[in-house]
Design a protein around this ligand. Structure first.
Ligand code: FAD
Length: 294
């Protein structure tokens, strides 16, 4: 019998909950550290496949990323994944970070190129890993890590063409990455078309949709312009008038993310990576609406 789909709430009781993972960024202040830990503790019972911690360009967050990973290992049962970028660093510097992750017990790396610390056109560091594909190969030489890489349903802004971008993704997976996690997107059709093109290009590894419950409409517009995610008119129509009504904004953006996941589940998706922005509420509520309980 085919599995029931989750495109309407009436079928929810029969639906197998998705696998989830959560992304956090390393906090800067004691207050933000406390907030992050409240979020981690609130999301831990949802039993994510892994939780990932981002990494700043040129190692700018190295100590804080490391500290957060260490606390996760010490104080939770969660499986941490460490983000790592190759921008503005030598291979030796990066290999040292990779070894230190392995030594403390982090066995999963999200391998990325990163962006230039002050913005501007990407420049390969002399003596560094030029692109994420090179970082994946380098990491595999250090130890047999589980590796995730980034994918761009709306094409990475620096890509020479959509075809070359997809080829780059395939090369990252062929170099040993286990899965791709996508940049967040709002137009679900764009993801589905990208998934089809990836399959046609011979990509067999999972491509996990990256989902962002929007915390602030204004901020998401600014950030999306930089990372190449389009803002559909319906999203503006719903969220823009709520910018100064935080409670309503939270409810609406939770509904949007849950709706997006339910459509994706109806199209066969079984795993989601949530960009939590260190807030637990939206993500926990979306998971609840998807039948994912603690
Ligand atoms: P790559 O896969 O190396 O690709 C970058 C661009 O270069 C693409 O346009 C590709 O088509 C092109 N390209 C690849 N090879 C070549 C070549 N040989 N010649 C010319 N062009 C080439 N950033 C952070 O700083 N810290 C983080 O923790 C972080 N986490 C992220 C997590 C996810 C899931 C995602 C989707 C993004 C994350 N980013 C993070 C952002 C990421 O670093 C940027 O999007 C960056 O610009 C590209 O990284 P990449 O790994 O996709 O690069």
């Amino acid at each position: 019998m085919p599995e029931p789909v989750v495109s309407t709430l009436s079928t929810l009781l029969d639906v197998k909950p998705p696998t989830v993972s959560f992304e956090f960024f390393p906090p800067k202040t004691p207050e933000s550290e406390e907030k992050l830990w409240l979020s981690i503790k609130a999301l831990e019972p949802l039993n994510p496949a892994f939780v990932s911690v981002t990494y700043g360009a040129g190692g700018s967050t190295r100590e804080r990323t490391h500290h957060t990973l260490q606390r996760i290992l010490k104080e939770t049962k969660l499986k941490p994944a460490a983000h790592l970028t190759c921008v503005a660093a030598t291979k030796e510097e990066i290999n040292t970070v990779v070894k230190s992750y392995w030594d403390i017990g982090v066995k999963h790396i999200v391998a990325l190129r990163g962006d230039m610390p002050g913005g501007g056109k990407y420049v390969v560091h002399p003596g560094g890993y030029p692109y994420a594909v090179d970082l994946v190969s380098g990491i595999k030489k250090v130890a047999d890590f589980e590796i995730s890489v980034a994918a761009y349903p709306e094409v990475h802004p620096d890509a020479l063409s959509p075809e070359k971008d997809l080829d780059n993704l395939k090369r990252k997976l062929d170099a040993g990455a286990n899965r791709a996690i996508t940049q967040y997107f709002f137009d679900t059709e764009i993801f589905l078309r990208f998934r089809d093109k990836a399959a046609k290009a011979g990509i067999k590894a999972p491509i996990v949709p990256g989902i962002i419950p929007v915390a602030s409409y204004k901020q998401i517009v600014k950030f999306s312009a930089m990372c190449g995610t389009s803002i559909p008119a319906w999203l503006t129509h719903i969220l823009e008038p709520l910018e100064n009504k935080p409670e309503l904004h939270k409810i609406a953006s939770t509904m949007i993310a849950a709706e997006q996941c339910r459509v994706l589940m109806s199209q066969g998706e079984k795993q989601f990576h949530f960009y939590t922005l260190n807030h637990a509420d939206h993500t926990a509520a979306v998971c609840h609406l998807l039948n994912k309980r603690g």
